[in-house]
Design a binder for this molecule. Structure first.
Ligand code: PLP
Length: 394
């Protein structure tokens, strides 16, 4: 079935007991065995069933099934946040002496976890900047190739098929953080990638009302991660959050269409504005990743970054916005705006920030599903303030 149908129906079965049409919130920590013998069978793995909320819950399971269906994966495992999913994956698969090769830039939390936490446990972490470098970076100790596309905040595009080809040839597991694209725009597994993960906090939930994370991939690997990374670390998703995810995912295709349309209109508008020095959006033909994005994305996403003349101009622009809220995160129905250099990327050394393309004048927009005309009007009045200030200073 098509993705819009799967977004609504996958993982969705009327409740067997009550016939409830919508998946109920199973707010329970434990599950009755019913009998001594069944308890024994459940624990021996001879009978499927729920035992304890940290390892499985019916509402959470429905979310996992829906997400697996959307990504075209055999199975999925949900977590309390995106970082919980990433750390459960690594803690399950890596041992001292193993190596991760990643393609920069990564989400700040992921990079911090790799460089500060995993290295403390004897895992080697090596960063590359292009797919061409990968064959040289991979060593016999390499277990994972890890990347994001589009990347934060300059929306660099990596060619998933090229990465998957190299990873498979070298027997290394490829992992893609698909948070920015969502399965509606890109399904990395269809391009040969083996594991997909999400900060479901962002577009999957879509309403900015809860945190969640999820991994999707081969059944055996997901079972391994559920048995170890989920069970031992314990960052399980709550039933209420899973319910919000299920509710959000039903409209993912509709929301993504609106995000893409809004972002394309905003990017086009900003590109023509004299106060804007540069616009990063994979949908623009001048974007260096445009051709690859056209091939592997169904649309170009809801994020747009722009560069103004200076940090002061960026600050005035952000403070002048009325519809866009200044806040981190992305993928909400409401439009958000951030200044990465002073917030999410503040603690990075300036030369690392520069290498990531995060200048002091860069602003990142997460374009919501509001009417693009209203968003553009808001951007226009904020840019007018910037232009006026510039005139005054001359
Ligand atoms: C937000 C984010 C994460 C971390 O997810 P949390 O749900 O905040 O733990 C990981 N990767 C990307 C690309 C993100 O945007």
């Amino acid at each position: 079935m098509k993705i819009r149908t799967r977004a609504v129906h996958a993982g969705h079965h009327p409740d067997r007991e009550t016939g409830a049409h919508v998946v109920p919130i199973y707010s329970t920590s434990t599950f009755a065995y019913g009998s001594f013998a069944r308890g024994e069978r459940l624990f021996a793995g001879e009978e499927p069933g729920y035992i304890y909320g940290r390892i499985g819950n019916p509402t959470v399971r429905a979310f996992e099934e829906k997400l697996a269906s959307l990504e075209g994966a055999e199975d999925a495992v949900a977590f309390a946040s995106g970082m919980a999913a990433i750390s459960a994956l690594c803690n399950t698969l890596l041992a001292p002496g193993d190596e991760i090769v990643y393609l920069a830039p990564l989400y700040g939390g992921t990079e911090g976890y790799f460089l500060e936490t995993l290295t403390r446990f004897g895992v080697r972490v090596t960063g590359g900047k292009s797919v061409e470098e990968l064959p040289e970076l991979i060593s016999p100790a390499t277990r994972l190739i890890y990347l994001e596309t589009p990347t934060n905040p300059t929306l660099r595009i990596y060619d998933l098929e090229a990465v998957a080809r190299i990873a498979r040839a070298r027997g290394v597991l490829s992992v893609v953080d698909n948070t920015f694209a969502t399965p509606y725009l890109t399904r990395p597994l269809e391009h040969g990638i083996e594991v997909v993960l999400h900060s479901a906090t962002k577009y999957l939930g879509g309403h900015g009302d809860c945190l969640a994370g999820v991994l999707a991939g081969p059944k055996e690997l997901m079972e391994h991660i559920r048995a170890e990374g989920l069970r031992h670390i314990g960052a399980a998703l709550g039933a209420f959050e899973a319910y919000l995810m299920l509710r959000g995912l039903k409209t993912l295709p509709l929301r993504m269409e609106a995000h893409c349309e809004g972002a394309a209109r905003v990017a086009e508008y900003l590109s023509a504005h004299p106060a804007v020095q540069r616009v990063h959006y994979p949908g623009l033909s001048a974007h260096p990743g445009h051709e690859v994005a056209k091939r592997q994305m169904q649309g170009f996403g809801g994020l747009v970054s722009l560069e103004l003349e200076s940090k002061q101009a960026a600050a005035l622009f952000l403070d002048s916005l009325k519809l866009f809220t200044q806040a981190v995160s992305l993928g909400d129905v409401e439009s958000l705006a951030t200044h990465p250099a002073s917030t999410t990327h503040q603690l990075l050394p300036p030369e690392v920030r520069q290498a990531h393309g995060v200048s002091d004048a860069l602003v990142r927009l997460s374009v919501g599903i509001e009417d693009p005309q209203d968003l553009i009007a808001d951007l226009e009045q904020a840019l007018d303030q910037v232009a006026k200030a510039l005139l005054r200073s001359r």
